[in-house]
Design a binder for this molecule. Structure first.
Ligand code: ATP
Length: 359
C-alpha cells in the first residue's frame, strides 16, 4: 500500500514545464531522496505526491491505488516543510498531541505516543516548554515529531534541515534515519544537499531541469554516474572531466587529451564502446581516486586548499583543470608540476556530444 509509483508524471505551469515525464518507483519502506539544484522540480514532484498540486498528466499510485482526485487529508501522508509549521502558543507536548487528539485518540494512548516520540527526538525535557521559547533547531524537531506521531505510512520531507545550523543538521540526519528504521515508513526526502541524500537515502533520484537524470543507490550514482550532470553534481568536489578523443596506441585504446598527452590504456571492457563514439569524449575520474604517479597527467599546481588533514589540490587551467583530493598533506605548492593518475578501473568515459556515460 505504501509503495509509490509515479507514471509518466508531467507538471506544467502555463507554458513552463516544471516536470517532464517522470517515472519512478519507490518501494514500501524505502528512503528515497529527490536530489537536485534549485528549480529542478523536486518540490513540484513532492507536492503532487502530497496532493497539494494536481499533475498535468500522468499518474501517482500508492500501492495499486490511483491518487487522482484524492485530497491531501485522505492520502495518509505525513509532511514536513522547510519552515516548521507548529503552534507557537502551545507547549511542545500540546503540539505533539494535537494530531492524535484531533483523531479522537484516548488520553492514555496520546500520552504514550507523545512520550515515545519525545524520547526518540530528545524532546522529553522540553515537553512543557512553550514553543515560542524554542530555537529554530528545536522547532524543526517538534515539527518532525508532530508529523511522525501520526505514524504515516508515507512520510514526505521537503528540505526539513535547510534552516537549522550545520552541527544540528548532522545530528538530525542520524535521527531521521533512525526514525525511519523504527517506523519503516516510505520516506521521500527533498534536498539539494548531496551529503544529506548520500548519508540517509536507500536510493537517490537525481533531477535537473525537470528531468530525472538517474536513480540509484548512493554508491551507484557516485561510482557510475549516468551522465555528465550526475558526475559533476555528486561528489564534493564533483568528478573531473577532461575533453579528448579516442586514439590507438601500441598498448591499446587511449584518449588523446591534447597538450596533456594521452591517458593510460582504457579498461578492456570500455574500449569497444569508446571506439564506437568516434567524436570527442570526456575522460572522467573522481578527485579522491587520484594518486601521485611516475607516469600520468603532468599539470601545474594552481591552488592548494587545506581542510584539516584533507588537501584539495587544483591542477591545470581552463577546460583541462582538475582537482585532486588527498587525505594528508602531500607537500605540493603552487607553481610546482605534479603528475597525477587515476587507477584505470575508476575511469569513466562520457560521450561529449550527448553527455551520456559510455558503458
Ligand atoms: P527549490 O529547491 O528552489 O524549491 P525545486 O527543485 O524544488 O527547487 P520546484 O519548486 O519544484 O523546484 O520548481 C521547479 C520550477 O517550477 C521552478 O522553475 C519554479 O520557478 C517553477 N514553479 C514552481 N511552482 C510554480 C508555480 N506555482 N507557478 C509557476 N512556476 C512554478
Amino acid at each position: 500500500m505504501s509503495a509509490i509509483h509515479l507514471k509518466n508524471l508531467v507538471k506544467k505551469f502555463g507554458d513552463f514545464t516544471a516536470l517532464k515525464t517522470m517515472d519512478l518507483e519507490i518501494a514500501d519502506g524505502e528512503f528515497m531522496a529527490l536530489l537536485g539544484p534549485s528549480g529542478c522540480g523536486k518540490s513540484t514532484t513532492m507536492n503532487m505526491i502530497a496532493g497539494m498540486e494536481e499533475p498535468t498528466s500522468g499518474k501517482i499510485l500508492f500501492g495499486e491505488r490511483d491518487m487522482a482526485g484524492v485530497p491531501m487529508g485522505r492520502r495518509g501522508v505525513g509532511f514536513v516543510f522547510q519552515n516548521y509549521a507548529i503552534f507557537t502558543h502551545m507547549t511542545v507536548r500540546q503540539n505533539l498531541a494535537y494530531g492524535p487528539k484531533m483523531r479522537g485518540a484516548a488520553k492514555v494512548e496520546i500520552d504514550r505516543r507523545v512520550g515515545a516520540i519525545a524520547e526518540m527526538l530528545q524532546l522529553s525535557p522540553l515537553l512543557d516548554r512553550k514553543a515560542d521559547r524554542l530555537s529554530v533547531n528545536i522547532l524543526q524537531r517538534v515539527a518532525i515529531g508532530r508529523s511522525a506521531i501520526m505514524e504515516p505510512a508515507i512520510f514526505l520531507l521537503d528540505e526539513p534541515l535547510s534552516n537549522v545550523d550545520a552541527a544540528f543538521r548532522a545530528v538530525m540526519r542520524t535521527e531521521l534515519k533512525q526514525l525511519q528504521r523504527q517506523f519503516k515508513q516510505t520516506m521521500v526526502y527533498v534536498t539539494h544537499d548531496q551529503l544529506e541524500a548520500m548519508t540517509m537515502a536507500d536510493r537517490i533520484a537525481v533531477m535537473d531541469h525537470g528531468v530525472l537524470q538517474q536513480v540509484g543507490t548512493p554508491l551507484e550514482v557516485y561510482n557510475n554516474p549516468a551522465n555528465v550532470f550526475v558526475a559533476r553534481f555528486i561528489g564534493a568536489p564533483g568528478m573531473n572531466l577532461i575533453k579528448g578523443g579516442p586514439a590507438e596506441s601500441d598498448r591499446g585504446l587511449v584518449i588523446d587529451l591534447g597538450p596533456l598527452g594521452v591517458t593510460p590504456p582504457l579498461p578492456d571492457e570500455l574500449a569497444p564502446a569508446v571506439r564506437a563514439v568516434r567524436g570527442e569524449v570526456l575522460y572522467g575520474f573522481r578527485p579522491e581516486q587520484v594518486t601521485l604517479a611516475e607516469r600520468g597527467l603532468s599539470m601545474p599546481v594552481t591552488f592548494v586548499e587545506r581542510i584539516g588533514a584533507r588537501t584539495i589540490v587544483h591542477l591545470g587551467e581552463g577546460e583541462s583543470a582538475v582537482k585532486a583530493v588527498f587525505e594528508n598533506d602531500v607537500g605540493l605548492s603552487i607553481g610546482q608540476a605534479a603528475v597525477v593518475a587515476p587507477p584505470a578501473s575508476s575511469v569513466r568515459v562520457f560521450d561529449a556530444a550527448t553527455g551520456r556515460a559510455i558503458k
